[in-house]
Design a protein around this ligand. Structure first.
Ligand code: DGL
Length: 272
């Protein structure tokens, strides 16, 4: 048993899409969330920059006495999951790509045509393809980066023609040409536009890594005897730029009455 919070981080608000499924599955757990809203998006940055930002945030979470770190960001998971594990030996650190790759490998067969959408860095890394093919070499996989999605979502431009046009710009040809039937939302921001995607392509089966990761979190907590029994802290959401947008999106994603919450601004530059 361990009542300390779980640390989550993402480049911005995308990682919040993991929190509701976690709260439903494990209501006694508390979280510390860090969204690097001042420096988002990560998905078009150099891997060395992503490594540096991620190490800073992980240091901050460790100083905050978390019992586990969840990398609620595909871009970071694809870039430096192993480095973070080496930096904090003994601390469980979970990436978001492995659980989703496993779900796809287990639930899809030779006849399926799998599409992955993500940031430039995630797609270029081929992390999804490599992991899925390790588990199931027969699957046919295609990938495309969609770099306008994250900035639009961070701006709250979602139920909107601009977002729909942007989705069509990347996906119309991709889905038709490759005959995609299963689509992995390979960026934690994308569950926020799932309704738009489903409206435009109702035939697709959607895989949402933000839900899949919760199974891995539970398994890891159980196997290390780290499940919380009596939480003694509240959920805290830090942002490197605590903008109105971040708070609005939190209010929009969660029914805030679901759990206690505190917002805090945190300037990473002061943490050296
Ligand atoms: N939400 C993040 C991901 O899952 C990154 C988005 C970004 O900052 O580009 O990849």
């Amino acid at each position: 048993m361990d009542n300390r919070p779980i640390g989550f981080f993402d480049s911005g608000l995308g990682g919040l899409t993991c929190i509701s499924p976690l709260m439903k599955a494990l209501p006694k757990e508390r979280i510390i969330y860090f969204g690097d809203t001042a420096r988002t998006p990560y998905g078009s940055k150099a891997p060395s920059t992503i490594r540096m930002f991620s190490a800073q945030i992980a240091d901050f979470l460790v100083q905050s006495n978390v019992k586990m770190i969840v990398i609620a960001c595909n871009t970071v998971s694809a870039t430096c999951l192993n480095e973070l594990r080496v930096r904090f030996p003994g601390l469980p650190i979970i990436g978001i790509i492995q659980p989703a790759a496993q779900a796809v490998a287990e639930s899809c067969g030779k006849g399926n045509r799998i599409g992955i959408i993500g940031t430039k860095v995630t797609i270029k890394s081929r992390a999804y393809e490599n992991l899925i093919h390790e588990l199931n070499p027969e699957l046919s996989i295609h990938a495309i980066s969609c770099p306008t999605f994250v900035p639009l979502i961070e701006e709250g431009i979602i139920e909107n023609e601009i977002m729909d046009l942007s989705i069509q710009y990347y996906l119309d040809h991709f889905i038709k040409y490759h005959k995609i039937d299963t689509l992995i939302l390979g960026c934690t921001h994308y569950p926020l536009i799932r309704d738009n995607i489903e409206k435009l392509y109702p035939q697709l089966r959607i895989i949402n890594p933000s839900k899949e990761i919760v199974k891995s979190i539970r398994k890891e907590l159980e196997s290390r005897d780290l499940l919380a029994e009596e939480p003694d802290c509240e959920n805290t959401f830090y942002a490197s730029d605590l903008s109105e947008n971040f708070v609005n999106m939190i209010n929009r994603i969660f029914e805030i009455s679901e759990f206690r919450v505190a917002f805090k601004n945190f300037d990473l530059d002061t943490y050296k």
